[in-house]
Design a protein around this ligand. Structure first.
Ligand code: WT7
Length: 655
């Protein structure tokens, strides 16, 4: 079967960087791409020079496909790079973290405050017997202690494994056991939509079957409020209150000297099937990727207020809430709760209140904002915003334009950033002072990276659709999968038989005449209609362009003649109602927009779509529904009820 993917969507709007933005941007010289391509190792050496090293490295890269070592022989400490070097300067009293809890509580930590807390926590970990190379699980809400705990681990060379606070006790247990964590850091609760998420209680359940855990450190989320619903007990000997341990901890903690290739963290990612993969990231390469991309993609300047809305439980929170901006000495906003609590303008209230200048969020959030209506952001002064970012999924052109108009007021460039847990930092993205952007395209690989579009046989596609490949190693690439190097090789470097140097991210993409990449979604999700391979993104984008549609997910469903027929699951914007004529209108609309081949056979209207807790639509479950199968694993869903009610609706609408 051909691996080519049809390119159906036509999108020609282009937006040059506004002149004032371009003039001040770093970098703003397009020559950076050529220079980096001419000598990628020299380019990365230049970036690595921005860090503080304890011992210089001897060689930039040692590449024995599919294993890479970067900055070989170099020694450094990540927490020193994120903190110590700033507190020696005027940044000492600059805000590092500006935190707002969902109930409205606020805390600002200066670089000095964060430095002190991280040193103390490093000492706490050492006092609990944690040594370099030991694993520490972090299961916390979005509170400053999450960042303090991560950096505290980095200070003493412990490997952190952050588990998203929305995950179940079983998910936490499996992740702890896979990497044999010695200490767990959690809290008596976190706030989400006005409710207390009982993290400690979940943790206690997980702890029944995690023999490797010796100590549990519990953060008191809201001192003074000892609500019985938040936690059950503090187990003598095993459990310790964070604030009690910190009270006596000395404020100087000698940073561990880390080898460039020592592991900084493990982060589990579910993948489409099978057990979660512990993605392994190392010290120097990861930090170079995080520092460089934060600086050049977000054009970070001294007085910026950067808000990455992702949870620290995802890689986006690791790289762009913690390590990247902190390595740059930036001010970061951190918000604990939901975007619609207490009202649907919470994000815009936060942007206004703290003078956010750079906002980095996800298409799923943007589509929710669209659905709620533009009057919510219109209530707030967003004039400090100067740059917008998007990450996590393909952003359909309609959402991109809405973001540009209603949040960026047609003034802010948008960077659509493609990357993965595995890549560690952004790979394909505009540089906002250089690249002309176009709605729906992540544009081109950043300097120092190289991507290709390939057929299944490894031959190259110039213009058209195919499999995305990264053709050169990069500093922040994953090094392996925890405990399963063979799975690393098979998953990422075995797609093209005689090319063990090509990285396969699992995404389909197309490339247009300008050389811009358009990510079309996971290849496992690609539709095959009468021999035409069609990316889910293009049909979804066409649907969302219709004024009635807020969000759409399409899947292939077995069909006798065509191989697959297209089933679309659609949610409507506020004020629109489903009826049979709207269904026919939408089918026609997609046909007119991108061609009859892509016209959905079935359309199901629903209030919600099944999403993972990170906001990705689970098409695998939608396929189960469309093909009338029993539902597969639903444990990673944010709200498992959505999929059951969808299944019932689908079955009744069909008959
Ligand atoms: C997958 C990686 C990147 C950090 C958060 C998600 C999809 C991500 C984009 C984008 C189109 C995107 C890809 C990728 N994806 N960003 N800008 N445009 N698709 O990390 O959970 O590891 O997911 O998310 O399919 O492979 P992740």
């Amino acid at each position: 079967m051909s691996s080519d993917i049809e390119a159906l969507l036509q999108e020609h709007r282009k937006f040059e960087p506004p002149e004032a933005f371009r003039a001040a941007a770093q970098p703003n010289d397009p020559g950076i791409y050529e220079r980096a391509a001419a000598d990628p190792e020299a380019y990365w050496a230049e970036q690595a020079a921005k860090l503080e090293w304890m011992t210089p490295y001897e060689r930039v890269l040692d590449w024995k496909p599919p294993h890479a070592q970067w900055f070989v022989g170099g020694k450094l400490n990540v927490s020193v790079n994120c903190l110590d070097r700033h507190i020696r300067t005027a940044r000492r009293n600059k805000a590092a973290l500006v935190f707002e809890g969902e109930p409205g509580d606020k805390r600002t930590l200066t670089y000095w405050d964060l430095y002190v807390a991280v040193n103390q926590f490093g000492n706490v970990l050492r006092s609990l017997g944690v040594k370099k190379g030991d694993r520490v699980a972090i299961y916390l809400p979005m509170i400053p202690e999450a960042v303090i705990a991560m950096l505290g681990c980095a200070r003493i060379g412990a490997i952190h494994s952050v588990v998203f606070g929305g995950f179940s006790p079983e998910s936490l247990r499996d992740r702890i056991n896979d990497s044999q964590c010695k200490v767990l850091i959690t809290s008596d609760g976190g706030y989400r939509r006005g409710q207390v998420v009982p993290l400690k209680r979940n943790a206690d359940k997980a702890l029944e079957e995690t023999p490797s855990i010796e100590h549990v450190v519990v953060v008191q989320r809201r001192p003074g409020i000892t609500s019985g619903e938040a936690f059950d007990e503090i187990k003598e000997g095993r459990d310790h209150w964070w604030h009690r341990l910190m009270r006596h901890a000395p404020i100087w903690c000698e940073p561990e000297t880390m080898d460039a290739e020592d592991i900084l963290f493990v982060l589990y990612t579910s993948g489409t099937t099978g057990k979660p993969k512990g993605i392994v990231h190392t010290t120097a390469g990861y930090l170079v990727g995080a520092e460089t991309s934060s600086r050049i993609v977000f054009d970070l300047k001294e007085d910026d207020v950067f808000w990455c809305t992702a949870d620290v439980g995802w890689v986006t929170g690791h790289t762009y809430l913690a390590y990247g901006p902190l390595a740059n000495g930036a001010t970061c906003v951190m918000y604990e709760g939901a975007p619609d609590w207490p009202e649907k303008d919470r994000f815009w209230e936060i942007c206004e209140k703290y003078g956010v200048t750079i906002l980095y969020t996800a298409p799923t959030a943007i589509r929710a904002f669209m659905k709620w209506g533009a009057h919510w952001p219109a209530k707030h002064d967003l004039s400090r915003l100067r740059l917008l970012g998007s990450v996590g999924e393909p952003i359909n052109p309609e959402a991109w334009m809405w973001y540009r108009e209603h949040i960026g007021h047609n003034r802010c460039p948008i960077v659509d950033t493609w990357w993965q847990t595995e890549t560690g930092s952004i790979v394909i993205s505009p540089l906002p002072g250089i690249t002309a952007t176009t709605p729906g395209s992540a544009t081109t690989p950043l300097p120092g990276y190289s991507a290709s579009l390939l057929h299944a046989d490894g031959t190259e596609i110039g213009v058209g659709g195919g499999l995305l490949a990264l053709t050169r190693p990069w500093p922040s690439m994953l090094r392996t999968i925890w405990g399963d190097d063979e799975r690393y090789v098979q998953t990422y470097f075995a797609k093209w038989k005689d090319r063990p140097d090509l990285y396969f991210p699992g995404d389909g993409a197309k490339r247009d005449e300008d050389g811009y990449f358009w990510i079309l979604g996971r290849v496992d999700d690609v539709l095959n209609v009468a021999g035409h391979r069609i990316g889910t993104m293009e049909v979804e984008s066409a649907l969302v362009e219709h004024p009635a549609v807020a969000e759409a997910a399409v899947v292939g469903k077995a069909h006798d003649l065509k191989g697959q027929a297209i089933a679309a699951f659609v949610t409507l914007r506020e004020g629109f109602k489903y009826d049979i004529s709207l269904r026919d209108e939408l089918r026609q609309f997609v046909g007119d927009k991108i061609g009859a081949i892509a016209r959905p056979d079935d359309i199901l209207f629903s209030a919600d779509l099944p999403k993972t807790r990170s906001g990705k639509i689970m098409r695998r479950l939608l396929r189960d529904i469309a093909e009338g199968r029993a539902l597969g694993d639903t444990t990673t869903l944010a709200d498992p009820n959505v999929v059951n009610s969808l299944k019932e609706m689908y079955e009744s609408q069909e008959s």
